[in-house]
Design a protein around this ligand. Structure first.
Ligand SMILES: CSC[C@@H](O)[C@@H](O)C(=O)COP(=O)(O)O
Ligand SMILES: [Zn+2]
Length: 220
């Protein structure tokens, strides 16, 4: 059954997600049905909305959201199917201060995810010295270690890798790559997550353009 908000805050959250999805789609960062977005619902502790699976991300409506438990990803019963990547969002709500999570297939981040992914192991891409690093809110804005997780067929396994790595690495920016797949970014508001996404996509573009190539190390 399609989603019907029961509070003003939930309606506003669903509207924000739908509008924002259109913006990202128009930028070419959610081609076809790619990408998914979620946000904690204000004044509804532990609840979040996430985009339904397989929808055209340029044409989402309020009804195309699914209400979930933010930290387990479990949907409230009787709804449409939540994003196939709900467990990745839940892993971030559990282990970080995220209030909003964005997953897109933006071209430069995806190109870096394609080049830097290792077969069956987590890696990090070292990003150093670029001024844009200051947009990520790191304690040390001179360097970031952007993790790249294997694109396991079982999405829950990717979620386990994320939950184990992200909170444990102080150099980890508020974003991550999944090999051959795309980028996921989080923030305390949808706007902050969007700014961080724009910085990371621009940094990945610079890495792709740089003749120095990528500096990648294996983590596990
Ligand atoms: C268009 S293929 C992309 C999907 O496999 C997936 O990676 C994705 O981003 C969207 O999945 P969804 O289940 O619609 O949230
Ligand atoms: Zn995806």
């Amino acid at each position: 059954m399609s989603y019907t908000p029961t509070t003003v805050a939930a309606r506003q959250t669903a509207q924000q997600l739908a509008q924002f999805s259109r913006t990202l789609y128009e930028r070419g960062w959610m081609p076809g049905t790619a990408g998914n977005l979620s946000m904690r619902v204000p004044r509804a502790p532990g609840r979040a909305l996430i985009t339904a699976s397989g929808r055209d991300k340029g044409d989402l409506r309020i009804q195309d959201m699914v209400e979930i438990d933010a930290e387990t990803g479990r949907p409230s019963p009787g709804q449409d199917r939540a994003s196939a990547e709900t467990s990745l969002h839940a892993a971030l709500y559990r282990t970080t201060d995220a209030q909003a999570v964005i997953h897109v297939h933006s071209p430069h981040a995806t190109a870096v995810a394609h080049r830097a992914g290792l077969d069956g192991a987590t890696s990090v891409v070292h990003i150093e010295r670029y001024e844009l690093l200051k947009g990520l809110g790191l304690d040390d804005p001179a360097a970031a270690k952007l993790p790249v997780f294997p694109n396991w067929a079982r999405v829950d396994r990717i979620a386990e890798d994320i939950a184990a790595h992200v909170p444990a690495d102080p150099g980890c920016p508020p974003g991550l790559l999944i090999a051959d797949h795309g980028i996921t970014v989080w923030g305390q508001t949808l706007g902050q997550a969007r700014n961080r996404l724009e910085c990371l996509e621009a940094l990945c573009q610079l890495l792709v353009l740089s003749p120095a190539g990528l500096n990648v190390t294996r983590v596990s």
